[in-house]
Design a protein around this ligand. Structure first.
Ligand code: ATP
Ligand code: MG
Length: 384
């Protein structure tokens, strides 16, 4: 076990890193963040900030020098950097797990290989691959294999010609072409796996997206116990097969006719797990710190149903939103990430509403959200 007072290292400076740093600090650790930005959400709360590129050898060297163990907050950290750090310090999750999750082609091959159902897909490495694809994959979604998040690097393609055009626009980078599915529900689960292979899982939750970006999470998901069990089983199988060490999110689709599929995995805490900060005994970020420091895993139980709503930069169109609209509710909790500039689609914060039941929590959460949206629209109208 790494004793409190020691330094823990983090690659990445975003909000996930900020909430990790705060959780680790609550347990008495010091946190060193490596991130290229000057004023990042995690860098500004960390005990130390190394401003360097993720591939910068000197920066990585200082991180390894200064910290007893290192974690990451986003999957696009070059696997080579994780591997280099791992030669000097424990790195959790390991470079191999991150390498699978950061490459959609490897991810799909891995999941299919361990008997987990995924959306019908084809690997696209050349124009010829598009011409050779099964016509049943259209209409489809072309997804770049690398560097996708929040629906970026994805395009709906109705025909092979359209797919070809986009593939060329993207400089013929490797892609996955997925069939566009009739999705009934989107679910996710967070699984935590320690260095000794012990695992705990949070409840399965239900997610809705707008424009490819998570909008609302409902915990727990309103699904049958059978579906809940299958999602838990699959997430444990994925974590075990990866030999995973850390916090892992598995995203699922439930098709309209009921079939469960895995969409993707994220080798870190996840936006759909932010509700755990307010609604669970142990948050996903505390679990990340516990696993990194080799402490026992925490309890994942829900205190009560909860609904999380993302706050995107669009809400700042007319200036700082009126937070009393959230804060005046006794069972609503506000989290802002300290980002100075609000841009449309940028995740600026979230709020969570706790409820006696998920319906009540959802209704209140949506009414608060509508008030904030109405305010920003009205403000924008006044300005123009
Ligand atoms: P994030 O990192 O935010 O989870 P991402 O950019 O990695 O997102 P995906 O999770 O692959 O992207 O897709 C984003 C959203 O687009 C999904 O949550 C879903 O709503 C929709 N989507 C993705 N793939 C399909 C599909 N095959 N059929 C229908 N809808 C899809
Ligand atoms: Mg996703």
């Amino acid at each position: 076990m790494i004793p409190p007072g020691s330094w823990l290292g983090l690659l990445g400076g975003g909000q996930l890193g900020r909430m990790f740093a705060m959780a680790a600090q609550s347990l008495g650790y010091r946190v060193m963040v490596l991130d290229p930005g000057t004023d990042s959400p995690a860098g500004s709360v960390a005990d130390a900030h190394i401003q360097a590129d993720y591939l910068d050898e000197a920066g990585l060297g200082r991180l390894a020098e200064g910290c007893l163990a290192i974690t990451t907050e986003f999957e696009n950290v070059p696997a080579a950097s994780l591997a280099a750090l791992a030669s000097r310090r424990p790195v959790r999750p390991g470079a191999d797990s991150v390498a699978v999750a950061q490459d959609r082609i490897r991810e799909k091959v891995f999941l299919s290989g361990i008997g987990i159902a995924v959306a019908p897909y084809a690997v696209i490495r050349s124009a010829g691959d598009i011409k050779a694809t099964d016509p049943a994959l259209f209409p489809g979604i072309l997804k770049r294999s690398w560097l996708g998040y929040d629906g970026k690097g994805q395009a709906r393609v109705s025909t092979p010609d359209k797919a070809l055009r986009i593939f060329r626009e993207w400089a013929e980078e490797p892609c996955v072409l997925e069939q566009a599915l009739a999705i009934g529900r989107e679910l996710s689960i967070i699984v935590c796996r320690g260095g000794d292979g012990a695992t705990v899982t949070y409840p399965v939750v239900e997610n809705s997206h707008i424009g490819g970006i998570l909008d609302i999470t409902i915990a727990p998901a309103r699904i049958t116990p059978e579906l809940h069990r299958r999602a838990v089983d699959w997430s444990l199988r994925i974590a075990d097969e990866l030999g995973y060490c850390g916090v892992l999110c598995v995203e699922f689709f439930v098709l309209e006719e009921g079939t469960l599929l895995v969409n993707e995995i994220a080798p870190r805490p996840h936006n759909s797990g932010h509700y755990t900060l307010d609604a669970c005994v142990t948050s996903q970020f505390e679990q990340q710190a516990r696993i990194l420091a080799d402490l026992p895993l925490g309890n994942c139980s829900l205190h009560c149903p909860a609904v999380m709503v993302n706050l995107l930069g669009d809400l700042w169109a007319a200036g700082e939103p009126r937070w009393e609209k959230v804060l005046r509710h006794s069972r609503a909790k506000l989290h802002l990430y300290g980002k100075r500039e609000a841009r449309p689609g940028r995740k600026m914060g979230h709020f969570t509403v706790l409820g006696e039941d998920s319906q009540t929590a959802l209704e209140l959460a949506q009414s608060i959200q509508q008030e904030l949206v109405a305010d920003s629209l009205a403000g924008r109208a006044n300005q123009s």
